[in-house]
Write a protein that binds this ligand. Structure first.
Ligand code: CA
Length: 249
């Protein structure tokens, strides 16, 4: 098994229903993760500090703080640990609210353990926690316009200014930069960044593009462009005169 050479990933399970918590804990341990758990929002925040998980599996409905508040509180404290929500709510707006609060993905209850594992692995893969720490250094740098993305250091700069991004935002920008000047469909983006078929819920892409624009396109000319009815493209802005000339030909 591939897991022998790599250190165990640490997962924090936050769930107030004891039976579900026990099931998740035992299954995830069996699968090779190091697992800790918490049964409330306050306990979760303490455990995030103490245990330092690679990922938090976070129930939305908790007796004190809800999962969204826990996530907001983590992000406000500068903790970028990825969050996978467990939610019984089926309303899409709640899901989007969850992602807005800084979560990375969600699984709807009742869930299958297989699905939870799939999502956990997809998140760990895209946050780089699953890459082997073997020593190729400094080669993985993407450049476009005044953007610089360093995959090894996991850092983005625009015009020499550091831009803090969440793991998912980082992955999305990397995909756009690797395909600069090419139009990418929402489906392509979902499949590449989220790593599985997101059942047509392309709003997650719009949400994350909005985040990226706020961070990337507020410091210079806009580089992330919407291509109506298709998707998105990272390119230099075209000014109107060029546009008019092109149309004349
Ligand atoms: Ca609950």
């Amino acid at each position: 098994m591939a897991d022998h050479s790599t250190p165990k990933h640490r997962l924090l399970v936050v769930e107030d229903e004891a039976s579900i918590r026990a099931l998740l804990e035992s299954t995830l341990r069996l699968t090779g993760f190091e697992v800790s758990s918490a049964d409330s929002g306050a306990a979760a925040l303490r455990e995030v500090e103490r245990f330092g998980p690679d990922l938090v599996l976070l129930d939305v409905m908790l007796p004190d703080l809800d999962g969204f508040e826990v996530t907001r509180s983590m992000r406000a404290g500068g903790i970028t640990t990825p969050v996978l929500f467990l939610t019984a709510r089926i309303d899409v707006s709640d899901r989007i609210a969850g992602l807005r609060s800084g979560g990375d993905d969600y699984v709807t209850k009742p869930f299958s353990i297989e699905e939870v594992l799939l999502r956990i692995r997809a998140i760990l893969r895209r946050t780089g926690a699953e890459e082997s720490p073997s020593g190729e250094a400094g080669e993985n740098i993407l450049l476009f316009a005044d953007l610089r993305l360093d995959e090894d250091a996991h850092e983005v700069h625009r015009a020499d200014r550091y831009v803090p991004l969440s793991p998912t935002e980082f992955q999305l920008l990397g995909y756009l930069m690797a395909n600069a000047n090419r139009v990418l469909s929402r489906t392509q983006i979902v499949q590449h960044v989220w790593g599985y078929d997101f059942a047509g819920d392309s709003r997650i892409v719009e949400t994350y593009v909005k985040y990226l624009r706020k961070k990337i396109d507020c410091v210079g000319p806009p580089l992330i462009h919407t291509v109506r009815g298709i998707g998105y493209c990272l390119r230099l802005p075209r000014d109107h005169s060029q546009h008019a000339q092109a149309a004349d030909r």
